[in-house]
Write a protein that binds this ligand. Structure first.
Ligand code: ADP
Ligand code: MG
Length: 242
């Protein structure tokens, strides 16, 4: 237990540090990108090509920094009672062209009413992270199915892919900071994802088989109208209501 506390304190320090570094580094990157774009207009085609590469590498740096920033601030700030059926549908629609570009078929199986207490933006990030990992685990054409259903007092969202899968040892390492098997991976996506799901009072579990595919399951409590009422009164500091 003590060891765990120490670990989470350490993570908090890393989070704060990451947030300030990310913020400081982002500004000069934006300036450099701007000047490169300006300079491009005076260059011949060869040099322009070099500059395009430079810009795309700058964009990659920006992408890594975004992951850090999210890692730095994973706590939920705007919890509200949301029908995530609508959110899941929107996210999957929004990601379909990305999947299609990678020759991946993305399908959806969602119930109509799935109320949960979430921060919409963070929830969106969770689904994007999971679907993105699934797309990246599929090398040559494949399928991903996103399911969302009520299961008793809970709502379950499942992302299933027929990608490269993982060994039990790899599954064990998921969510550890900087664990990545990808050349351009940050190894922060799932760490952030686990922390967001935890803040939603939920769990995230993985089942996987090497060579066959992976199933990621988010389980979060269903939020009834009554829960919403209780929570609101609680937030307003009114302890007398039932
Ligand atoms: P990143 O995507 O930057 O590598 P993540 O934290 O998102 O970092 O994922 C960590 C690692 O977990 C990945 O590099 C990959 O090895 C493994 N992984 C995650 N999701 C899947 C999946 N659906 N199928 C196979 N491997 C996965
Ligand atoms: Mg990832």
């Amino acid at each position: 237990m003590r060891e765990e506390i120490r670990k989470s304190e350490k993570l908090n320090i890393i989070s704060d540090l990451a947030a300030s570094i990310a913020h400081e580094v982002r500004n000069p990157l934006t300036v450099v990108r701007g000047f490169i774009q300006l300079a491009q207009s005076t260059m011949d085609e060869d040099n322009r090509r070099y500059m395009r590469t430079a810009i795309s590498e700058l964009d990659r740096a920006e992408f890594i920094i975004s992951d850090y920033l999210n890692f730095a601030k994973p706590e939920l700030e705007h919890l509200e009672r949301v029908n995530i059926a609508v959110e899941v549908r929107n996210i999957v629609t929004f990601m379909t062209s990305y999947a299609t570009m990678q020759a991946v078929e993305l399908t959806l199986d969602v119930e109509d009413t799935l109320y949960v207490f979430v921060d919409k933006v963070k929830f969106k990030q969770v689904i994007i992270n999971l679907v993105k990992n699934s797309v990246e685990a599929i090398r040559q054409g494949g399928r991903i199915e996103v399911r969302a259903h009520r299961n008793g007092d809970c709502v379950q969202v499942t992302v299933i892919d027929n990608g490269e899968g993982m060994t039990a040892e790899q599954v064990e390492r998921l969510g550890k900071p900087f664990y990545s098997t990808k050349e351009k991976g940050t190894g922060l996506g799932l760490m952030v994802t686990f922390r967001i799901v935890e803040a939603m009072s939920g769990t995230l579990t993985f089942e996987s088989e090497k060579g066959r595919g992976t199933q990621a399951t988010i389980t979060v409590p269903f939020a009834t109208k009554k829960d919403n009422f209780k929570r609101r009164n609680h937030d307003a500091g009114d302890e007398s209501s039932h």
